[in-house]
Design a protein. Structure first.
Length: 140
């Protein structure tokens, strides 16, 4: 709990402990989401990288088809295109698998670090006496 001294009933709101528990639960839940969100982000980056490399292969194929003058050159362009695409999938699969397995890793142990103790406030102590205290008045 962030402010243990406020949990003793000295807080301004009667709902302080409820909201404190809700915020603590949100912090705890985010530690479980973090590996999953990282794996989703990494897999999306891998998909974008695959799409970019495939679009480059398509542009190379279109250029080869446009300049082909014989049927053999068309077949060669198609073979090269299929080889490029299968090579891209072969390099993509292990990286995507690594991104997805990152979500299934075990969670690190959670350590709660206590906050430093708040400093005691300076207080004026007024002695309680039954006698009248006479203070000498001085005039400059």
């Amino acid at each position: 709990m962030l402010f243990p001294e406020l949990a003793e009933g000295r807080s301004a709101s009667p709902y302080f402990s409820f909201f404190q528990a809700a915020f603590d639960a949100a912090d705890m839940a985010s530690s479980f989401w973090q590996p999953w969100l990282k794996s989703v982000g990494r897999s999306q980056l891998e998909m974008a990288s695959l799409a970019a490399r495939q679009s480059q292969a398509i542009v190379r194929w279109q250029r080869a088809v446009a300049v082909a003058r014989q049927p053999g050159a068309l077949i060669e362009a198609n073979i090269q295109f299929m080889q490029d695409m299968s090579a891209e999938y072969a390099t993509f699969a292990p990286r995507m698998a690594a991104a997805v397995t990152h979500a299934s890793r075990t969670l690190p142990t959670i350590e709660v670090v206590p906050l430093p103790q708040r400093k005691a406030r300076d207080r004026i102590v007024i002695p309680s006496t039954d006698q009248d205290i006479l203070v000498e008045r001085r005039v400059a």
